[in-house]
Design a protein around this ligand. Structure first.
Ligand code: SF4
Length: 324
């Protein structure tokens, strides 16, 4: 793995205004992503984990500029891409592709798989049909399907095969960075392993970099080099994978880890998180986790802890942790 930053986001924000009343007054903002800073090195997989509603998918979509950022900066290969126009964005999307949870959402049921995958090539200037067909056939075989599957329609495939098509579609333009948003969470467990292994093989073969978004810590553990934990629009902990799994420093991470089954290790007591993630329209004051935290301190509702290095690049946002 290369130690060059491929992508960096600084204080990235994505707010959705909420309006109401007779004159559509601005009532507030849903702060889906609220000041996120992180980087991903070339060839690395950064796992992004958190409960549903924590903003992790919005973060992925905002990095790709499928959502316009409200503030902050996105730097790709050393250049800010926050203010790109439409033409420049098209070029960026050749390099950064997305894999979605549900491939049905982007596969047009009226188009053959070959047409769906080849469409991206056409948009990016590959006018020669023979070349397009050839490249589609090659990519289908590389993701574990057959060249002749290009002539079939999406409904003729199983969910696992459709995700292979989704991966092929993401790969056809030779991207460097893939944002994978819950790519296996809709699949049976046996199929999940096949798709994860395929993604890891492709990472090595094509030198890909992944931002891998998931709510399942077992999946995150399997694929990631480093892991970022997100809660209510903010990163609360970020470290090397082994650090996160063996030495979690944030009470939220502790609670998430206590819920995953372990084999051959002494099981720690499960920490139950009360309730669900609060609304990001009116997040709790101070530390946003204080309403559910099993270690809450008097200072927590008053003051939000900054994300600080607790040593060796292990970042954590919690008043319990000493800052070096
Ligand atoms: Fe819990 Fe306080 Fe740490 Fe927040 S800052 S995680 S409420 S101990």
């Amino acid at each position: 793995m290369d130690n060059h930053k491929l992508l960096e986001v600084k204080e990235l924000k994505k707010y959705y205004p909420v309006t109401g009343g007779l004159f559509s007054r601005h009532l507030g903002d849903v702060k889906a992503v609220d000041g996120v800073s992180l980087y991903i090195n070339e060839g690395e997989t950064l796992g992004l984990v958190g409960e549903s509603g924590c903003g992790k998918s919005t973060l992925g979509r905002t990095i790709l500029r499928l959502e316009e950022p409200t503030g902050g900066e996105i730097i790709y290969r050393g250049t800010s891409v926050t203010g790109l126009d439409k033409g420049e964005l098209r070029e960026l999307r050749r390099e950064i592709q997305m894999i979605f949870q549900d491939p049905q959402s982007f596969l047009d049921p009226r188009m053959t798989v070959g047409q769906s995958i080849g469409e991206a090539l056409l948009i990016h200037g590959v006018k020669d049909e023979t070349e397009r067909l050839q490249r589609v056939a090659e990519i289908l075989e590389r993701v574990g399907l057959e060249a002749q599957h290009a002539l079939r329609y999406p409904h003729e495939f199983s969910s696992g095969q459709r995700q292979r098509i989704g991966i092929g579609r993401a790969l056809i333009l030779n991207p460097r960075l893939i944002i994978a948003d819950e790519p296996v969470s809709a699949l049976d467990v046996s199929i999940q392993a096949q798709i994860l292994n395929l993604m890891l093989d492709l990472r090595d073969e094509f030198g890909l970099t992944y931002l891998f978004i998931a709510h399942d810590l077992s999946v995150i553990r399997y694929v990631s080099h480093r892991v970022a934990v997100m809660y209510l629009g903010k990163i609360v902990e970020l470290a090397e994978k082994d650090e996160i799994f063996h030495n979690p420093l944030h009470p939220y991470t502790e609670a998430l880890l206590s819920a995953i089954p372990t084999i051959g290790q002494k099981k720690k007591a499960r920490i139950l998180l009360p309730g669900s993630v609060p609304s990001s329209l009116e997040p709790p004051s101070g530390c946003r986790f204080h309403t559910r935290c099993h270690r809450v301190l008097p200072v927590c509702p008053q003051e939000g802890p900054p994300l600080k290095d607790n040593g060796h690049g292990h970042l954590v946002a919690c008043h319990l942790r000493g800052v070096r």
